[in-house]
Design a protein around this ligand. Structure first.
Ligand code: NAD
Ligand code: UDP
Length: 342
C-alpha cells in the first residue's frame, strides 16, 4: 500500500516514515534555497561531496545555473527554479535557507520584493520545516546590528538599525526573519539555527554586484581605479567562503545550539587597508579614487566569534591575502570569458 494512502500518515506528515528504506542514516535529503548563488553554490559543493541528496530551490534572481553545472548529472542532485515567496512542497531532512539578495545593489533593486523574500520566503520555508520536522538554518546577517554602537558585535547586542532607510528592506527583513524563526520555535517546536554572516568573499561572487571585494578585485584586474567610498576609514571583516561554509555546516549539525551565532572572520580592516591588500594581491600599480558614501553605511563591523568557537568549535583559517589570490584566479578566468555576472 503506498504510504500516502494511509490517512494517519497524511495527517502527521511524519517524514521519518517516508524515508526510502535503503538510504543510509548519515546521508540526508537537504534543501538549499538560494543554492545557485555565491555562498549557496559552495555549500552545495560541500554537501554533494559529503554524499547527501541535495535539492536547490532558486529563482535565479542573482544566482546562476552555471554555478551548479558540475552536479547536473548526479542522481543525488536536483534544481528547481522557484521563488520562495510562494510555498513549495518537498520532503527533506534539513533546510539551509539562503535565498535572498545580499549585495546592496541587488537588494535595493526591488526593495519590496526583498522584504517579501525575507518575510514570506522565510515563512514558507519555516512552514516546510514544521511539516517535515526538518532542521532549519537561516543565513541572517551582521546587518541586523545596523550601524553598531557596540564593537566588536556579540550576539546579545540588539543593534542600531534605521527602520525606514534604503538598507532597511534588507536589515529589517532579516530581523523579522529571525523573529519568525523564534516564533516557529516557540509556537511549533521547529528546530532552528540562525547564522549571522559577516562580509564573505571568494570565487563565484558576481563580478558586478557592487560589493567591495568583488569591485576592488574586478577593478584591479581590469587596471581600473579602486573606488573607495567615503573616507575609507569605515571597517569590515572579511571571511573566505570555504570558512563560511564550514561554519554553516557545523552550526546545522551541532545539537542544542540556542540563539543566533556570528559566523565571520574577526580580522578587521579599514576599506583603505583592504584596497592596499588588493593592490598587493592583484596589481600594485592600480590607483585609488574616492567616491561618495551610500546612505546609512555602517562605520565599523567586526564579529565577536567567542560563541562560534565555544559552541561549534569553529574559527576561520584563511587569511585575506590568500583568499584574495584564490578569488583572483576565478575572476581572471571569468573576465576573459566575458562572464561579468548579474
Ligand atoms: P547571492 O545573491 O549570490 O545568493 C542569493 C541567492 O538567492 C541567489 O542565487 C538568488 O537567485 C537567490 N534568491 C534571491 N531571492 C530569491 C527568492 N525570492 N526566491 C528564490 N531564490 C532567491 O548572495 P550570497 O552572498 O550568496 O548570500 C547568500 C545568503 O547569505 C543570503 O541570505 C544573504 O543575506 C546571506 N549573507 C551573505 C553575506 C555575504 O557577505 N555574502 C553576508 C551576510 C549575509
Ligand atoms: N565600498 C567601497 N567601494 C566599493 C564598494 C563598497 O568603498 O566599490 C565600501 C562601502 O561603502 C562599505 C564597505 O565597502 O563601507 C562594504 O560594502 P559592501 O557593499 O561590500 O558590504 P556591506 O558591508 O556594506 O553590506
Amino acid at each position: 500500500v503506498p504510504i500516502l494512502d494511509d490517512p494517519v500518515e497524511e495527517r502527521t506528515h511524519d517524514v521519518s516514515k517516508l524515508k526510502p528504506p535503503n538510504r543510509r542514516a548519515d546521508k540526508k535529503r537537504i534543501l538549499v534555497t538560494g543554492g545557485a548563488g555565491f555562498i549557496g553554490s559552495h555549500l552545495v559543493d560541500r554537501l554533494m561531496d559529503e554524499g547527501h541528496m541535495v535539492i536547490v530551490v532558486d529563482s535565479l534572481f542573482t544566482g546562476k545555473k552555471s554555478n551548479l553545472e558540475r552536479h547536473y548529472n548526479s542522481p543525488r542532485f536536483e534544481f528547481i527554479r522557484h521563488d520562495v515567496i510562494d510555498p513549495i512542497s518537498l520532503e527533506v531532512d534539513q533546510i539551509y535557507h539562503l535565498a535572498c539578495p545580499a549585495s546592496p545593489i541587488h537588494y535595493k533593486y526591488n526593495p519590496i520584493h526583498t522584504l517579501k523574500t525575507s518575510f514570506l520566503g522565510t515563512y514558507n520555508m519555516l512552514g516546510l520545516a514544521k511539516r517535515t520536522h526538518a532542521r532549519f538554518l537561516i543565513t541572517s546577517t551582521s546587518e541586523v546590528y545596523g550601524d553598531p554602537l557596540v564593537h566588536p558585535q556579540h550576539e546579545e547586542y540588539w543593534g542600531n538599525v534605521n527602520p525606514i532607510g534604503e538598507r532597511s528592506c534588507y536589515d529589517e527583513g532579516k530581523r523579522v526573519a529571525e523573529t519568525l524563526c523564534y516564533d516557529f520555535k516557540r509556537q511549533n517546536g521547529v528546530d532552528i539555527r540562525i547564522a549571522r554572516i559577516f562580509n564573505t568573499y571568494g570565487p563565484r561572487m558576481a563580478l558586478n554586484d557592487g560589493r567591495v571585494v568583488s569591485n576592488f578585485v574586478g577593478q584591479a584586474l581590469r587596471g581600473e581605479q579602486l573606488t573607495v567610498q567615503g573616507s575609507g576609514n569605515q571597517t569590515r571583516s572579511f571571511c573566505y567562503v570555504s570558512d563560511q561554509v564550514d561554519g554553516l555546516i557545523k552550526l546545522m549539525n551541532t545539537e542544542d545550539v540556542d540563539g543566533p551565532v556570528n559566523i565571520g572572520n574577526p580580522h578587521e580592516f579599514t576599506i583603505r587597508e583592504l584596497a592596499d591588500v588588493v593592490k598587493k594581491a592583484v596589481d600594485p600599480n592600480v590607483e585609488i579614487t574616492y567616491t561618495p558614501l551610500t546612505p546609512d553605511d555602517p562605520k565599523q563591523r567586526k564579529p565577536d566569534i567567542t560563541k562560534a568557537k565555544d559552541v561549534l568549535g569553529w574559527e576561520p583559517g584563511v587569511e585575506l591575502m590568500d583568499g584574495l589570490k584564490l578569488m583572483t584566479v576565478d575572476f581572471k578566468e571569468r573576465i576573459r570569458n566575458g562572464d561579468e555576472g548579474w
